[in-house]
Design a protein around this ligand. Sequence first.
Ligand code: MTE
Ligand code: MO
Length: 451
Amino acid sequence: MIRPPGSTQSDGPGSDVGDPIYGFPVGLWRGLERNPPPGLGRLRAWRSPLRGPWLTSVFGAVLLVALPVVIITGLLDYIAYGPQFGQAIPADVGGLRLPTFDWPTHPSWLFRLTEGLHIGLGLVIIPVVLAKLWSVAPKLFAWPPARSVAQVLERLSVLLLVGGILFEIATGVLNIQYDYLFGFSFYTAHYYGAWVFIAGFVMHVAVKLPRMITNLRSRSLRAELRTTVAGTRPEPLDADGLVATDPAPATLSRRGVLALVGGGSLLVAVLTVGQTFDSARGAALLLPRGRSYGDGPNDFQVNRSATAAAITPADTGASWTLSLHGGPRPVTLDRAALAAMAQHTATLPIACVEGWSSTQTWTGVRLADLAALAGVPAPRSAMVGSLEKAGAFNHATLAGNQILDPDSLLALRVNGADLSVDHGYPARVIVPALPGVHNTKWVRSLDFRSS
Ligand SMILES: Nc1nc2c(c(=O)[nH]1)N[C@H]1C(S)=C(S)[C@@H](COP(=O)(O)O)O[C@H]1N2
Ligand SMILES: [Mo]
């Protein structure tokens, strides 16, 4: 006879004799139960009187609202990179391919919003994620790990969920700090890690949602917010085993825990908003690019300086020319010829995938005018080439709608002054709602394609 583990009625708990469980002798299961891995015994003394299904469900409810936003904005950002041009990373994702569409240019702050939400909200919920893990710790370290097939599946989904979210947080935070201490591509790892996490998240929500709702109803949030440490009692013992069987006296109330976690999130928010709102830049203590970038009109974040990109004064000097391709014959323009064309001014953000964004007023020649001059008035795409010899920033592809938007510019000036060399002098691309990385600096060529 095959019985699931746990159905031990015939032998009584702890008995080593009886029918095999999943074909293994009962003694093996009992031995496993009695001999947890080293260290786990000590971990089992979970005594906080605050742990319980209600508190776990409060953290769960917050994450249930926030995580889908982080997930969806993350996937949208991948699409914004233009996988159809092979310039999203990873480029080939096989069965995990997302539906692609031409990323719109309106509203101009679209990518700033999706990227800012993805990174900002992703950072702000870290204290909540940690609090939720703390609240279910007795279950994460439970031994034996599972007693039934259903439990094995549940634990597997929790492994994807917890492993996935910690991996996404670690790779995400390290990336925005430009700390590539891992030896693999951040983008590839973060993309596949996201799908592992999404799988775990969907399974977890499906299994736990009804219980979360019941648990939330088991106590009144208003009452908890009025309860002091002295009045704090454990939740009633629960079937899941979250509530301590031998609780210690409370040293913190439930409202205290909520305030601690909420305060942690608020602190992260204060340290982060300056990445997006220039007026709060001074508070962005964790901003990896520093908080000042020189003087005058060109004082805003420099992602990679000309020196770092190996752009020399000779490259950007009087001999610089721009070449336009794709039409009947190439067209070459120097900076004076560009400056003599119709100039257009637009106030547009640069929003970097690393989370910062900054809105400036740019002046230059419309990309649509350059396309017409090249002899390709209705381009479907354009490859923008940079003076940079090689590497990730050597070129970027723009879609037709991104070329033809009247605010899409080859900018020569910013905030009324010539671009600084660090911001892309002699000329750079600026396109509404385009991911920062594709606003190529030090442009050397534009290759318009009608297919
Ligand atoms: N040629 C070139 N263009 C580039 C880059 C670069 O390193 N080289 N960095 C890109 C990135 S990642 C961003 S976010 C923006 C930043 O522009 P800024 O340095 O003028 O703020 O430029 C983009 N264009
Ligand atoms: Mo960037």
